[in-house]
Ligand binder design. Structure first.
Ligand code: SF4
Length: 105
């Protein structure tokens, strides 16, 4: 993704975080932030170096990124804290089955 794509994606992510659209449950946000705090890709905040503000893998603002459910860690470290869980063939089949009231073939 080029710079402009990152900026557009970043703006959309910050908007979602600020408006609480696509917000995961609180314990998911905190679990993600705990992982980011100790990650080798986390970049210290310029004003408070003891805190981590950015991810050098995706150039994201961590406070916003961790608060958007559909965001994912580019290093795969949030796999256990993806909310909602990723869509799989099995999850689609179970929803389809429930909607139709018929068991899957
Ligand atoms: S989003 Fe992933 S790679 Fe980036 S700082 Fe957080 S844990 Fe590390």
């Amino acid at each position: 993704m080029g710079c402009c794509g990152k900026i557009a994606k970043g703006a959309a992510g910050v908007t979602k975080a600020v408006t609480h659209i696509d917000r995961p449950v609180a314990n998911v946000i905190e679990a993600r932030r705990m992982l980011c705090r100790v990650c080798e890709h986390a970049v210290p905040c310029p004003a408070v170096p003891a805190r981590k503000c950015f991810c050098d893998r995706c150039d994201c603002i961590l406070r916003a990124k961790t608060a958007v459910a559909s965001e994912a860690c580019p290093a795969g470290k949030w796999a256990a804290h993806q909310h909602p869980p990723p869509v799989t063939t099995d999850s689609v089949m179970s929803v389809t089955t429930a909607l139709e009231g018929n068991p899957a073939p």
